[in-house]
Design a protein around this ligand. Structure first.
Ligand code: SF4
Length: 718
């Protein structure tokens, strides 16, 4: 057995560095064992079951090894060579661009894509095609965090680092089941608490998750009650004079308005909306007031909401109020769900962004990027393009005619899947670049482009704590598969554009980092040569002799024009689809330890599948009893958008009136039973992030023979 090399894990945003051991046969690896790299700052040798089971996901029978196309969706795919496939895509794109303009095409990427690809897709679509319909699935998980950081602190990007766990004496985990979704970072938190029993853990979650079970204090917030809870805590801290007056005076704006806003709130109404007892709120406020260093982790539970940005603002308000930011062990720390959600944001792969945390609306930002790309002034459209959910609505309406989907599976992961499928069916051209076929999305495509994945390409990514990492190519891609950045560059050249002839991903990277110089995410000092020598560096890192930055805002100067952070008072009355007589339950969706996203990889690792073989709906024992449902029996869930049937898992992990369904399983694992057939595609006004954690549903028992016994909603007692 030999060491095959090291790579960053292609799953969650923890960004664990993994060492692969095994042997090679004809350029392809047989991976016998995967371990965490002890010297890697992100994981210190840690690894979870998903990372450890990457080996079986490499050479599966469904690897896409050649481009394929079909002229009608009724036909079978036929293999094609790269030139033919890309020339066909170029011809249809060019035709649509000439006839309907750049607003009729789109690129929908992913936090799975490396930074090089995110940068080149942005350069091609926004810089050369004049098309800002260039978004990614980070819109589904991180857009609210981006908007929250920008509005409160002046810039996207977390201020904190993983080492802050060792410096904090209070950790608040809110809207994150870290123990399952970011397990290695949670293991580090557990270990820190073992070493330092005075390190307190508060978990805010409507579900009693594995993370909540480990807490000193679990606040079972009512679904949709996050802002009320945060406002209630802020109000208590104000009333107790437990706030950092000098910090607030010197480093923030808007305190007087925030104070007025909170003191005018009715505490009883806040408590009722939060669904948390007065005693628990008071205990939490006392812990925050007494903390020397207060660190908060948050993720999809805050972000996946039409008011996700407001939730982020409300949490950051608490850090500003207590001066718990810009110092070791403190700050609001947004965890990313994907390996390179951060890098995509840095490279501009959201429909309002340009490289270096620039925006398309800002004339100076556009001018700087146009000059760097050698494009004429005015080449970049000043209007943000369509975002993830909007793209699929526009496809159905015929406003959007062609879409290129890269490294993601929207036919499972987007809300209101019936609408998504209608949108894809209406599209004139659906191009999917992916490592696998079939997926629920490739089944609906016209052109398939085989992508090399982790280990098969050299790539660069940024994890949750701003650490940029280089992963070398360890083995050859299967068949004719190519790295995504090469596919995009080749397509750009076929379209006739100069400026896309790169000999390596290192060349792409070095071009990209020049566009970050002087920006908040400055990585001008992180050259490809340095990354290859040092493996990882944290931004900001403005020059080659700069060591990188573990933490931001240590000088208490924020990225706003006057250097002060903003208090942003937010109302707790969140707009929602409320439960009613017809749909009396609240459905929330989420993730499980054994799986990642839509199972395109974890569904192929036998050991992971054995842990969690099938989807289910978690139902509180009181509700189960009222509906006559027992563990394992089939329940039918309906919302205004669809109906699915799943086995019931009776559990007091959810509160009465609430149901939980993991979102991982799509149609390949049981036609029509994905959680997102039920979810609502409402999106936030600014962040445009969809509401994946809250919609109204009904639950009924399915009798043997698939006869559904309707259960009057009144029986649910609501
Ligand atoms: S899934 Fe996340 S925690 Fe697990 S090994 Fe990969 S990066 Fe680390």
């Amino acid at each position: 057995m030999e060491v095959l090399g090291e790579t960053i894990c292609p799953y969650c945003g923890v960004g664990c560095r993994l060492r692969l051991e095994g042997d090679r046969q004809q350029g392809r690896p047989h991976v016998a064992r995967i371990r965490g790299v002890e010297t890697a700052a992100a994981n210190l040798g840690g690894i979870c079951a998903k990372g450890a089971q990457l080996g079986p996901t490499l050479d599966t029978p469904d690897r896409l090894t050649r481009p394929q196309l079909r002229l009608s969706r009724h036909d079978e795919f036929r293999p094609a060579d790269w030139d033919t496939a890309l020339a066909y895509v170029a011809e249809v794109f060019t035709n649509i661009l000439h006839t309907h303009g750049p607003g009729a095409v789109a690129f929908y990427g992913s936090g799975q894509l490396d930074t090089e690809t995110a940068y080149l897709a942005t350069k091609l679509f926004k810089g050369h095609l004049g098309c800002n319909n260039t978004d990614s699935n980070s819109r589904l998980c991180m857009a609210a965090a981006v908007a929250g950081y920008r509005s409160s602190l002046g810039s996207d990007g977390p201020p904190c680092c993983y080492d802050d766990i060792d410096e904090a004496d209070l950790v608040l985990v809110m809207g994150s089941n870290m123990a399952e979704a970011h397990p290695v970072t949670f293991d580090r938190l557990r270990a820190a608490r073992k070493r330092r029993p005075d390190l307190r853990l508060v978990v805010v979650d409507p579900r009693r998750t594995a993370t909540a079970k480990a807490a000193d204090l679990h606040l079972p917030v009512a679904p949709g009650g996050d802002i009320a809870l945060l406002n209630a805590l802020g109000r208590l801290l104000l009333l107790q004079d437990a706030f950092d007056e000098p910090f607030v005076a010197r480093h923030t704006n808007g305190f007087a308005e925030y104070r007025r806003f909170l003191l005018a709130q009715d505490p009883g109404e806040l408590r009722a909306a939060a669904g948390v007892s007065e005693a628990d709120l008071a205990r939490c406020a006392r812990l925050i007031a007494a903390a020397r260093a207060f660190l908060s982790f948050y993720c999809m539970g805050l972000n996946q909401s039409t008011v996700g940005m407001w939730k982020n603002n409300s949490l950051i308000n608490l850090h500003l109020l207590t001066g718990q930011i810009g110092k070791p062990g403190a700050g609001p720390f947004s965890l990313t769900g994907q390996p390179n959600a951060m890098g995509g944001r840095e490279a501009g792969l959201l429909s309002h962004q340009l490289p270096g945390y620039r925006t398309v609306e800002d004339p100076e930002h556009r001018a700087a990027v146009e000059a760097a790309w050698g494009r004429a002034p005015g080449s970049i459209d000043p209007k943000p393009g369509l975002t993830a959910v909007e793209m699929f609505r526009a496809l159905e309406k015929g406003q959007l005619q062609a879409i290129w989907i890269a490294a993601t599976n929207p036919a499972v992961s987007l809300p209101d899947l019936h609408q998504v499928h209608r949108g894809l069916a209406c599209a004139r051209l659906v191009v999917v670049s992916d490592a696998y076929h079939p997926t629920e999305t490739t089944r609906r495509a016209d052109v398939l482009l085989p992508a090399a994945q982790w280990g098969e390409k050299a790539w660069t990514s940024t994890n949750s704590e701003r650490t940029i990492s280089h992963s070398p190519q360890l083995f050859d891609p299967p068949g004719e598969a190519l790295p995504d950045w090469q596919i995009v560059a080749r397509f750009a050249r076929i379209l006739g554009y100069d400026g896309f002839s790169y000999s390596s991903n290192a060349e792409v990277w070095d071009e990209f980092i020049r566009l970050t110089a002087g920006r908040p995410c400055d990585m001008a000092g992180v050259t490809s040569a340095r990354l290859r020598a040092e493996d990882s560096v944290q931004w900001p890192c403005p020059s080659p002799d700069h060591a990188g930055s573990k933490r931001r805002y240590l000088d208490r100067r924020f990225a706003t024009p006057d250097g002060r952070a903003n208090f942003l008072p937010r109302d707790h009355r969140e707009p929602r689809e409320p439960p009613d007589h017809e749909f009396p339950f609240v459905l929330t969706t989420g993730r499980l330890y054994a799986h990642w996203h839509t199972l395109t990889r974890t569904g192929k690792a036998e050991k992971l599948v054995r842990r969690e073989p099938a989807p289910f709906v978690e139902v509180h024992p009181d509700d189960a009893e009222r509906l006559g449902l027992r563990d394992g029996e089939l329940g039918q869930l309906s919302s205004r958008r669809g109906t699915i049937q799943l086995p019931v898992r009776v559990s007091d992990g959810v509160v009465p009136g609430m149901l939980f369904v993991p979102f991982h399983w799509g149609d390949l694992f049981g036609e029509g039973n994905a959680a997102n057939y039920l979810t609502i595609s409402a999106i936030g006004r600014v962040a445009k992030q969809p509401e994946l954690k809250f919609c109204a549903v009904n639950l009924e028992k399915v009798m043997t023979g698939a006869e559904v016994v309707p259960t009057p909603a009144a029986l649910c007692g609501r």
